[in-house]
Design a protein around this ligand. Structure first.
Ligand SMILES: N[C@@H](CCC[C@H](N)C(=O)O)C(=O)O
Length: 297
């Protein structure tokens, strides 16, 4: 069997060829409508330039996805795989919660492992995925970071709520790192929240030096929120797993939520559990395979 060679783009130097001699096999998946092109970088040598990622993610000229996920062999003892995440804009980022659940399903269905508990390293830290009896996946997303420097967020000291000025308006926000940066606004009605206008303004706010994912949360009751997320590098998605975790953490530190919360996103529901300070966030939800394909332009 021919092994496709896609060069690694850690530096700008090598440029991968996208041609018929080097087909790229992929699986299209989604977690509650947050959709992914998942690529096996264990059995094929894969590297993509940011421009190639943008082309694959393009919904008109490519396959279409919010994120491209690249599965690689682990580099650390005790870790099963490495998992890299690329936003639709081509940028590599630290963490992706819905992607992690799809990743778990992918490695099992592709025969890369038969484990039900899978330890994965990401640029945002090590996470542990558990495939439940009903095939839902629980992700131990690790301990959230609330210190401004860890998010990163420019603020003098940690606080449950920060004032954030944008275009002459002041917003009350929570800020959380789930491995990747999140800002969370509480809104009275998520359906009428200004996601398309305020989302991009806050995504690029100068107080978030690595840009930020922007969550709009409506608290229905102490165990139920509705959430929309304008994702860094992808725009509004139908669901954001790390966004759901960040919203629950922000809501908990503000005293509005209980430890177990149903997060209702446009694409469906996640269950998020967080005991509190120093404890990991657990997120449970589905992972769906849509189709397999080969890219050989
Ligand atoms: N959709 C993801 C998050 C993907 C990365 C994010 N856009 C970022 O730039 O940090 C999720 O389910 O968590």
């Amino acid at each position: 069997m021919r092994t496709a060679t896609w060069r690694v783009f850690r530096s700008r130097r090598p440029v991968a060829r996208l041609d018929r001699m080097n087909p790229l096999h992929f699986t299209k998946m989604h977690g509650l409508g947050n959709d992914f092109v998942v690529v096996d970088g264990v059995r094929q040598s894969v590297a993509l330039t940011p421009e190639q990622v943008r082309r694959i993610a393009d919904r008109h000229f490519g396959v279409g996805c919010d994120q491209l996920l690249l599965v690689e062999a682990a580099g650390t003892p005790g870790v099963d795989f490495r998992y890299r995440i690329f936003n639709a804009d081509g940028g590599e980022v630290e963490q992706c919660g819905n992607g992690a659940r799809c990743f778990a399903r992918f490695v099992r269905e592709q025969g890369l492992t038969d484990k039900r508990e899978i330890v994965v390293e990401t640029a945002g830290g090590v996470i542990v995925l558990t495939v439940e009896a009903d095939d839902a996946v629980t992700v131990d997303m690790g301990v959230p970071r609330l210190e401004p420097a860890a998010i990163p967020f420019v603020a003098e000291a940690r606080a449950p709520v920060y004032g954030l000025d944008a275009d002459g308006e002041r917003f009350e926000v929570g800020a959380v790192s789930m491995g990747n940066p999140h800002v969370v606004l509480t809104v009275p009605d998520v359906d009428s929240a200004p996601v398309a206008t305020l989302g991009p303004r806050l995504e690029a706010h100068p107080r978030f030096p690595k840009r930020v994912n922007v969550g709009f949360m409506q608290v229905v009751d102490r165990g139920h929120v509705r959430l929309r997320v304008f994702e860094r590098g992808a725009g509004e998605t139908l669901a954001c797993g790390t966004g759901a975790c960040a919203a629950v953490v922000a809501g908990r530190v503000q005293g509005r939520l209980d430890a177990t919360v149903t997060v209702e996103l446009r694409g469906g529901r996640l269950r998020v559990h967080w005991e509190g300070e120093g404890q990991p966030v657990l997120m449970t939800g589905p992972a769906t395979r849509v189709f397999e394909g080969t890219l050989a332009p």
